[in-house]
Design a protein around this ligand. Structure first.
Ligand SMILES: [Zn+2]
Ligand SMILES: [Zn+2]
Length: 125
């Protein structure tokens, strides 16, 4: 019955809830593009800003954390070693093999990836 007598209070509670929900969503979205210390070359990697940072731009190594791109749901956490390159639409995908579970994984190249490393892995095959 309180609700009927305090309409304004209930309304403000509702709008507060909506703000928190949106805030959590933004936080979650933001966390997908995060900086990290590369486990292979130990360089500090900054967030990518235009997309999810999923591999090191210096040595191209990645970490086995996604099942689908950006979901971070994989429990493997193994180091992904770049083993090749394949054409994908108007860009390229780096082909990885996981050091831990031996699965193959692919990531789209980032605009600040080291070109020499990209050329190196394109010559492996
Ligand atoms: Zn690295
Ligand atoms: Zn793995």
């Amino acid at each position: 019955m309180d609700i009927l007598y305090h309409k304004n209070k209930v309304l403000s509670k509702t709008s507060k809830y909506i703000i928190i929900t949106i805030g959590d969503y933004m936080k979650k979205f933001h966390e997908l593009d995060e900086g990290f210390i590369c486990e292979n070359c130990h360089q500090k990697v900054e967030p990518l800003h235009y997309s999810s940072r999923d591999h090191c731009p210096y040595c191209l190594y990645s970490k086995h954390v996604d099942i689908n791109p950006g979901d971070r749901l994989n429990q493997c956490q193994g180091l992904l070693k770049p083993i090749g390159l394949e054409k994908y639409k108007d860009t390229y995908k780096i082909i990885y093999k996981c050091n831990t579970c031996k699965q193959e994984h692919k990531n789209i190249i980032a605009k600040d990836d080291d070109m020499n490393e990209i050329i190196n892995i394109s010559n492996i095959k």
